[in-house]
Design a protein around this ligand. Sequence first.
Ligand code: PLP
Length: 330
Amino acid sequence: MKHAMKNDKKGSRATLITLFDIQKARETISDITKVTPILTSDQLSKACDNEIFLKAEHLQKTGSFKIRGATNKVKQVVKEGAKFITAASSGNHGQAVAYVADQLGIPATIVVPENASRCKIAAIEAYNGNIEQCGTTSAERIPRAKQLASEKGGVFIPPYDDPFIMAGQGTIGLEILEQVADVDVIVVPIGGGGLMSGIATAAKESNPTIQVIGVEPETANDTFLSLRNNKITSIAKTTTVADGLRTSQPGDLTFPVVKKYVDDLVLVQENEIRAAMSFVFERMKQVIEPSSAVTVAAAMNGKLGVTRKKVMLILSGGNVDMNELPNLLQ
Ligand SMILES: *Cc1c(COP(=O)(O)O)cnc(C)c1O
């Protein structure tokens, strides 16, 4: 067996999000987020022996899908009275939270590592986010961001393990069902599992015959191992080039959803990720980040186990440091 399979449909007691939550999220976020286009490439379709579609979240506001969940969650906490928010991320989640806070006119402090790149800090500052530098690991940053929130009567916004975040990410699934109604397969990168749990819920609760396939880097296979072990399993710190997928374990709330709905989870190698990113850059003239390229890599290397199907690859983001780009492309 090449793939981790799980078919335990019983015992999902956790509070799962529903299609209704995702429909509500779509209304909530529509004034801040974009409906992103679907791209196609005949060359890619031919190479993959499938009809390939790409959901272009690298063209989303702030350059990644993270703005969807962040908008849904931040609007909720503001409704509940929050006057200040924090997050712990120098990456796409940090940018998204800073952007939403700015749009809603509330202050945000984003806790970033001491070694965060100038370019990432500049992106957060461009959205008027306050920066606080702290340590080099998320184990240092997350408690600091929570502490800052509690000191100033604010709310900490988590990156994936939250029903409002998950429902916000799921709005991608609703758009796909309208844009390519007869889609057969949806392929999604998995970090903490917020993106996957949202999209899988939207797809399966609308049409259970749609196949949902997750992708992780071989060196960041925490969800793969968790599915195989049928329990949340952590891995050691990873250095995969796909920095958005460097989580050490799936979330407590996301994992039950992934377990319930995901049909298969495949792994890709670092060189496959780079080659896929290069293909998209060179042939399709699109800048995507390595975390996005994993879905393209899975398709290009025949890992999806399907042929002649309508396959939707999620391009989750496009934020790359211009100075790093030459090292990432091959
Ligand atoms: C956060 C992120 C992911 C992973 O999303 P999860 O909800 O953590 O699984 C994938 N791609 C990009 C570009 C991201 O920023």
